[in-house]
Design a binder for this molecule. Structure first.
Ligand code: FPP
Length: 246
C-alpha cells in the first residue's frame, strides 16, 4: 500500500472493447479506440491516487488468433498511443516498461517500445507496465530455461532455485507483485496474465466494459480491495482472535 492508501500495484485486464462497440452498432475498432481513451483516464487517475505501478494487458500472445485486420488495428493504436502520449507521460514523470516478447513485432513497433522505455527510464512517478505480446506461461517457461542454462553452465547450484531466484528471471523481475488485479466486462478468468505474480493478489471483476472504465470505477475497485482481508495463507485478524484457520 502507498502512503496515500492506494494499492501500490494495480494490474488490469482491459476487456470488453468489442462488446462495447457491437452494443452500439459500431465496428470493433471503435471499441478499441475508445479503450485507449479509457487507458488515458486510468493512467491519470492512477497518478492522482498515488498508485506506484499500473500494469495493463494490451495485447496477449493469444491475440494473434484474431483476424489480421483487427491485429493491424491494435498495432496501429499502440503506435498512435506512443507517438501521441509519450511526451505527456514523460512530462508527468511516468516511467514506461514493456512486458512481453518482441518476437513477431514489426521493427517499427519494437523501436517505439524501446524509445518509450529509454526516454522515461529515469522517471520516478507512476510506472506504467504495458503488457504487449505477453503470455504468462511463456514468461514462466523462459524463466525455467534461464535457470536450467545457468545450472547446466555450473553457475547456479540446483538448490539455489528458490521462489526469489525464479521471480528474478521473469520479465517483472524488479516490479512488485500486483496487490489488485481488475478485469472488466464481467469475465472471470486470468487468461494467461501474471499467473505467478498474482498468487496473492486480490481480484475484482467488474461488469463495466473497458471503454466505460474511469476514475470512479477504479476507486470502486480500490474500495472493494480495502474491504478484503489479505491473509497470505495465514490467519485473518478475526481468525487470529477466534483461533479459526485461514
Ligand atoms: C479486449 O477487448 C481488449 C483487447 C484485446 C486489447 C486492449 C486494447 C486496448 C484497450 C486498446 C489498445 C491499447 C494499446 C495501448 C495498444 P475485446 O476485443 O476482447 O472485447 P470483447 O471481449 O468484448 O470482444
Amino acid at each position: 500500500m502507498t502512503p496515500a492508501g492506494a494499492p501500490a500495484h494495480v494490474a488490469i485486464i482491459m476487456d470488453g472493447n468489442g462488446r462495447w462497440a457491437s452494443a452500439r452498432g459500431l465496428p470493433r475498432f471503435e471499441g478499441h479506440r475508445r479503450g485507449v481513451e479509457a487507458l488515458r483516464r486510468t493512467v491519470r487517475a492512477s497518478i492522482d491516487l498515488g498508485i506506484r505501478y499500473l500494469t495493463v494487458f494490451s495485447f496477449s500472445s493469444e491475440n494473434w488468433r484474431r483476424p489480421p485486420q483487427e491485429i493491424g488495428d491494435l498495432m496501429g493504436l499502440l503506435k498512435r498511443f506512443i507517438r501521441n502520449d509519450l511526451a505527456q507521460l514523460h512530462a508527468s514523470g511516468v516511467r514506461v516498461r514493456i512486458l512481453g516478447s518482441r518476437q513477431r513485432l514489426s521493427s517499427e513497433i519494437d523501436g517505439l517500445l524501446t524509445e518509450a522505455e529509454n526516454l522515461t527510464r529515469d522517471n520516478t512517478g507512476l510506472t506504467l507496465v504495458v503488457a504487449f505480446n505477453y503470455g504468462s506461461r511463456a514468461e514462466i517457461v523462459q524463466a525455467a530455461q534461464r535457470l536450467a542454462l545457468e545450472v547446466a553452465a555450473g553457475r547456479l547450484p540446483p538448490e539455489a532455485i528458490t521462489e526469489e531466484a525464479f521471480s528474478a528471471r521473469l520479465g517483472t523481475a524488479d516490479i512488485p507483485d500486483p496487490d489488485l488485479v481488475i478485469r472488466t466486462s464481467g469475465e472471470m478468468r486470468l487468461s494467461n496474465f501474471l499467473m505467478w505474480q498474482s498468487a496473492y493478489s486480490e481480484f475484482v471483476f467488474t461488469p463495466c466494459l473497458w471503454p466505460d472504465f474511469d476514475r470512479p470505477a477504479l476507486e470502486a475497485a480500490i474500495a472493494e480491495f480495502h474491504g478484503r482481508d489479505r491473509r497470505y495463507g495465514g490467519l485473518s485478524r478475526a481468525g487470529a482472535v477466534s483461533g479459526a484457520v485461514s
